[in-house]
Design a protein around this ligand. Structure first.
Ligand code: WTA
Length: 645
């Protein structure tokens, strides 16, 4: 069976694409009619990029959890919704049916209500990859609370910043989390984040690792106790119910923080109706999900990929979504392939950094793994290099599975440019064609549309989108002006992605990477300014400059140039101290791979750091550093070059 809005041929793609651009209201109104609305919309789309203001399905009422859970109960109540594979392969797996998911989400909704959470309240979630994380997210959505999931790799300081920015009074966490051979003390990190916090009223703690935790009277409660009590309230005579709160299509669903070119992460806000339609539509069409498929997305729900393609998109169409607690290389580098074999996975969606790290182990982890169930391979998060693409194709897909290289962002909510598996052609390291509803345009620095190809026959420019799609971000939490200046002001009347791209004559896109000061380290977005702020917090650091450099596994590595004051008796120890500081301020994911101590940084006469030069040196370039005559002190470049680490 295919889904009502599933594209089933190349011709249909062309037709639907044209239709979506010529009359977006008609097109998306039709797609949206296949969802459950309590009240239909007054207008499909109203927008103005100047303000910016984008409203989809205005006036409509719904609850997203009725779409992702309730409406499936009659037809597929006993079908798995979430299949959970624990970190430790010897531990019992859990299969959560739609009926069970419904019950758990009703319980969470009741529990949150009991604890005082109301529609519109912000709830921060800091958990490992356990099914309870999905229940927590959906439980919030059921009562109209706005969830803000924080990835487990962020520090107490980062959590404190997000708590303050969202003014959250509620937290859901775990005692600890398992990741490979490590136990992460999640609750202890929350405790650190809460020192001095006067706003948080309740912390709900789910027991995962049974690590000792300090439970503060009146504030901290156990998930298990609260859920047990809630169960007595939501289940009567074997019938489970918790009435979903009616929401406006344009009410916020969640806030998810992401890095930009300034020192402070932004809280990207997505709203309910458009997000639901966009994630479901893109999920079905890109992966060509078929009834009964087992679909495995290896991302963490702490990032947008997990929100859209573990939880909301797949569940919206009644799919079976496999959720994995662990990491690809533990207990060994065959873990993903064991999972594929064990559950007969049909579709796998992972990141180039994972592929590259597994490539390094050669083909022995693949021996005796039956991968014949696989039909579609997906990639997300960063450009996939040709070598990794071919390895994925040959070793995992056995050259018979289409690869979908999906380009999108936290801000776009769902996939924007991608091959549709088996429908439109793949091209190694090219994301290829835009999804219906997406109108990309490449512009030069002045904002002029690029109309002449370069000597290789490609159009090259900064990637913008001309018109709104249902999943476009609506604002940045608490600071709409920041949303405007970040995304809608660089080029008037366009959404600017921050990425550079090439386009070939057939209209395929290849994403070349960020053109702003944002790094992509193992698929994690990290702002250079954020890392610099953290470095500068270290007592001895006077000034720093951070750039990216090509890294074999991570895609990009972090290279920091640091001016250090005082004695350097033991440079290695100081390096360790500085790394510890970055870990404290942002989290281990932002630790520089290389630190070079320097006496000075290349600056223009107006005091601007010439990052272009630092980037070239970090990349290992020694000759063509470009024009350095505008520097205040060109001599500094030579010294830095000689001290490269
Ligand atoms: C990069 C992740 C090339 C890009 C979904 C974008 C990609 C940033 C691809 C968003 C891809 C993501 N090819 N680059 N297929 N997918 N990117 O917000 O630079 O964590 O701007 O969203 O990742 O990262 P984010």
């Amino acid at each position: 069976m295919s889904f009502p809005f599933q594209i089933s041929s190349r011709e249909q793609y062309e037709r639907d694409y044209q239709a979506s651009i010529e009359n977006p209201e008609k097109f998306w109104g039709e797609v949206a009619s296949h969802f459950l609305w309590r009240k239909p919309w007054d207008k499909v789309l109203d927008w103005n990029f100047k303000e910016p203001r984008v409203e989809w399905f205005k006036g409509a009422k719904l609850n997203i959890t009725e779409n992702v859970i309730d409406r499936h109960l009659e037809t597929r109540g006993e079908q798995p919704a979430i299949i959970w594979e624990p970190n430790n392969p010897d531990e019992r797996t859990r299969v959560v049916t739609y009926n069970r998911l419904h019950k758990r989400v009703c319980q969470v909704a009741q529990m949150l209500t009991n604890l005082g959470v109301k529609k519109g309240d912000r709830v921060c979630i800091y958990m490992g990859m356990v099914p309870e994380l999905a229940y927590a997210v959906l439980g919030c959505a059921r009562i109209g609370a706005i969830h803000s999931v924080i990835f487990g790799g962020f520090s107490a300081q980062s959590i404190a910043d997000r708590l303050e920015d969202t003014n959250s009074a509620y937290i859901i966490t775990c005692d600890g989390g398992y990741r490979g051979s490590k136990d992460i003390p999640l609750k202890a990190v929350i405790d650190d984040a809460l020192v001095g916090n006067k706003v948080v009223k309740k912390v709900i703690v789910y027991t995962r690792t049974r690590t000792p935790v300090s439970m503060i009277k009146g504030r901290d409660v156990w998930w298990e106790d609260e859920m047990e009590y809630a169960e007595t309230q939501v289940e009567k005579d074997g019938i489970v119910s918790f009435p979903a709160v009616e929401m406006d299509a344009e009410d916020p669903l969640f806030i998810l923080y992401t890095s930009g070119s300034t020192g402070k992460p932004k809280g990207v806000v997505h709203t309910i109706g458009g997000y639901m339609v966009w994630t479901a539509y893109t999920f079905v069409n890109v992966f060509q999900y078929r009834e009964g498929d087992v679909y495995f997305c290896t991302a963490d729900i702490g990032w947008i990929t997990g929100h859209s393609y573990i939880v909301y998109g797949p569940l919206a169409v009644g799919a079976q979504s496999l959720m994995f607690e662990g990491i690809p290389t533990w207990p060994d580098a065959g873990r993903f392939w064991d999972i594929v074999d064990k559950y007969k996975v049909n579709i796998i969606y992972t990141a180039p950094t994972a592929i590259r790290s597994l490539m390094g182990f050669g083909s022995s982890p693949l021996a005796e793994k039956d991968l014949s169930s696989l039909r579609v391979l997906g990639s997300v998060g960063e450009p996939i290099n040709e070598e990794a693409w071919h390895w994925y194709d040959e070793n995992i897909g056995k050259s018979r599975c289409p690869i979908v290289d999906t380009w999108w962002q936290t801000e776009t909510a769902g996939i924007m440019i991608s091959t549709l598996a088996g429908i439109t052609p793949s091209k190694p390291s090219w994301a290829t064609l835009p999804l219906p509803g997406v109108e990309p345009v490449l512009v030069d620095e002045e904002g002029k549309v690029v109309t002449t190809p370069n000597e290789d026959g490609y159009f090259k420019g900064n990637l913008c989108i001309k018109t709104p799609w249902p999943g476009i971000l609506r604002t940045t939490y608490g600071d709409h002006e920041r949303c405007r200046t970040n995304y809608f002001a660089t080029y008037p009347n366009l959404y600017f992605s921050g990425d550079g791209a090439l386009k070939d004559k057939e209209g395929n896109y290849r994403i070349t990477g960020r053109v702003d000061d944002v790094l992509n380290v193992s698929g994690h977005r990290i702002g250079t300014a954020e890392v610099e702020n953290a470095l500068n917090m270290h007592a001895g650091v006077i000034e720093s400059a951070v750039v990216g450099y090509p890294h074999e596994v991570k895609g990009q590595g972090i290279y920091a140039y640091v001016i250090f004051e005082g004695k350097m008796a033991n440079a290695d120890l100081i390096r360790q101290d500085i790394l510890q500081t970055v870990s404290r301020i942002i989290g281990p994911i932002a630790k520089p791979d290389k630190i070079q101590f320097v006496q000075g940084l290349p600056k223009t006469r107006s005091g601007k750091i010439m990052r272009r030069i630092l980037r070239k040196i970090a990349e290992g370039e020694t000759e063509n550093l470009g024009d350095i005559t505008t520097l205040l002190d060109p001599g500094v470049v030579e010294v830095i070059k000689n001290g490269k680490v």
